[in-house]
Every structure is written in structure tokens, then in C-alpha cells.
Write a protein that binds this ligand. Structure first.
Ligand code: AVJ
Length: 319
């Protein structure tokens, strides 16, 4: 029967938080200015990312879906029994929902920093899956992996799809994998990883003809304006994305198209024409490198599946 209080929503992240404000201000003041990619995801940003996944140039979502469709039975055998499916960066929850028929979790725990967007997704799910216990968590899981006490502790499967792990530099990615490993004992991890490939295939995925990725990136400035009450003029910035081959990562930046000054109540920053704010890295891995990272984090029984072009990998590992 449906738990009387499902879906439940825990909001552990808020834009009004002083620490969130301080993080943006610190990034803007730095010699090499940056804004963390988590600030791509306010409500509009989450919608724009959902639009990106539909673009012909953006292959990761389709590759991952192909892997899930083709190998679902094998994957679910490898994963073993699942009581709690914990979805990191759940967004619209569509990727996890495709696994429900195979994994049949008793409890689904979507986690996302985009609190309002998550709330709407979970309300829709609650109406469709009346027998599933839904516990949504609005939080930033990059720093800590705090889960509320109503999240089941046995047979946990962490699901981290889409290659979002690629936002973190390898040492931070390794630390997050270790935290997940510590939180899943007896359970496991199912994680999507984008693979190294030629620049000509990578760059269009992050600089599409329609300009959706540009809008997604530029929206960070609107988000920053709201959080620290700054006066970024979006029209004077442009989207820049390129593959940094030495570091195996796509980089996204916002470039000032004039000399300009950005002001907020506690500070200001001058930007010269052509100067950039670094907004995202998206690391690409070799399968063997990522497998070794999982094993170093303490996972065992590591396996992976790829799409037929071998552009993307879905890894399963036991904790
Ligand atoms: C959600 C982090 C996996 O890196 O491909 C899409 C974000 N950035 N287009 C990615 C993103 C630009 C995406 N992740």
C-alpha cells in the first residue's frame, strides 16, 4: 500500500543561504573568475538542460538510453535487489523512471539542487506510482552526501546518470565516488560516463546550432544576479565552449564582449573585453581509467556497457 505521507520533500538547499552567496562572490572575485556548474540549474536552467537532451548534437542522453534499453535485463541482474534507488541529479526523473520496470525499487529518492523543478517532477511521479515510497531531497550533493533518515539503509542503489560526474575534476570525482561507496555498503552504484572521442564529435554537442547550450550557459548570469543581487547584462556576454584535449575535458566559459563592470551590494568586478568566466568542465574518460577509479574508491564487481559507437559507458559496481 502507498505510504500515507508519500511523496515527502526535504529541502536542504536554498538560494538565500549565505554560504551560497559567498561561493558566487568568491568565484567572481578570483583572479581566474568562475561560477560553479551547479548554478546552471535554477528552474529555467533545468528546463534548458532538458531541451539540450533533445538536440541532435547532444549525444550523451541518447547513447545512455540506448544502453539502458539494450542491456536492462543484464544490468538489473548485475545490480541485484534494490530497495532504495537514490538518483543523484535527478532533474525530471525520466532516466530513473525508465529503470523502474526492471529494478522495481520500493523507495525512490531523487536528489537535485534545482528544488522547484524537482518538486514538480516528483508531484507528477507521485500521481503515477502510488505504491512507491517517494522521498525527494533538494540539495547540493557535491560537498556532502547528507540523506534524510527516512531513506532506507539496505539494498541501496545510487544512480548517477548522464556523466554528471564529469563536472568534477578527477580528484574531486574520486572523493565523491568514495563518499557514495561509504553510503551504499552492500548496495551499489550505476553511473553514466562520457568517453574520450575526437574533438569534431565533442564540440558541437556543447555548442549547438540552435543556441540552446548558449542560453543554458548564459542563464547562469541571471541566476547569479538573483542570488547576489548583481547586475550582469546577459546581452554583453557570449557562450564559449571547446575541448581541452590535454585535460580530456570540455570547458564552458562566458566571455565579456565589452569592457564592463559588474556590481553587487558587497562588491564589484571589472571585466576586460574578451575576459572569461569559467562555468563548467565536462571530463571525458577512457573506460579503463574510470574502472580503476571505481576500484580505488573501494567498489568491486565493476562492469560496464557501451552504446554501439562506444561514445558513452554505463558502469555498474558493487559497494
Ligand atoms: C549534465 C553535466 C552531464 O556535461 O554534458 C550539457 C551538462 N553542459 N551541455 C554535460 C551540459 C552543456 C552535462 N551534464
Amino acid at each position: 500500500a502507498k505510504p500515507a505521507t508519500s511523496p515527502r520533500f526535504h529541502q536542504l538547499h536554498s538560494e538565500d543561504d549565505d554560504a551560497v552567496r559567498a561561493e558566487i562572490e568568491r568565484g567572481l572575485r578570483a583572479e581566474r573568475p568562475s561560477i560553479s556548474p551547479k548554478f546552471l540549474y535554477d528552474e529555467l536552467g533545468s528546463h534548458l538542460f532538458a531541451a539540450i537532451t533533445q538536440l541532435p548534437e547532444y549525444y550523451p542522453t541518447r547513447c545512455e538510453r540506448q544502453i539502458v534499453e539494450r542491456y536492462a535485463a543484464e544490468i538489473s541482474r548485475h545490480v541485484g535487489p534494490v530497495r532504495s534507488l537514490i538518483d543523484l541529479g535527478a532533474g525530471d526523473c525520466a532516466k530513473a523512471e525508465r529503470l523502474f520496470p526492471y529494478l522495481a525499487p520500493a523507495q525512490y529518492v531523487p536528489v537535485d539542487i534545482s528544488v522547484e523543478y524537482l518538486r514538480q517532477a516528483v508531484d507528477r511521479l507521485g500521481a503515477r506510482y502510488t505504491d512507491m515510497d517517494l522521498v525527494a531531497v533538494g540539495t547540493d550533493f557535491f560537498e556532502t552526501l547528507n540523506l534524510p533518515p527516512d531513506v532506507g539503509e539496505t539494498e541501496r542503489l545510487f544512480f548517477y546518470p548522464g556523466s554528471s560526474i564529469g563536472n568534477l575534476a578527477p580528484d574531486h570525482a574520486a572523493a565523491l565516488l568514495q563518499r557514495i561507496r561509504g553510503a551504499c555498503d552492500g548496495g551499489g552504484l550505476l553511473i553514466g560516463v562520457d568517453l574520450v572521442k575526437p574533438r569534431a564529435l565533442l564540440e558541437p554537442a556543447y555548442d549547438d546550432a540552435l543556441g540552446v547550450t548558449a542560453a543554458f550557459n548564459l542563464n547562469t548570469l541571471r541566476h547569479a544576479n538573483r542570488i547576489i543581487d548583481a547586475d550582469f547584462d546577459v546581452a554583453r556576454w557570449t557562450h564559449v565552449a571547446f575541448y581541452n584535449e590535454a585535460q580530456s575535458r570540455i570547458e564552458m566559459h562566458l566571455q565579456a564582449e565589452a569592457d564592463l563592470t559588474v556590481t553587487w551590494p558587497r562588491g564589484q568586478r571589472r571585466f576586460a573585453r574578451g575576459q572569461r568566466i569559467h562555468t563548467e568542465n565536462s571530463y571525458k574518460y577512457w573506460p579503463s581509467t574510470f574502472k580503476a577509479m571505481l576500484e580505488r574508491a573501494g567498489f568491486h564487481h565493476v562492469r560496464y556497457w557501451t552504446d554501439d559507437r562506444e561514445w558513452f559507458a554505463l558502469f555498474s559496481a558493487r559497494g
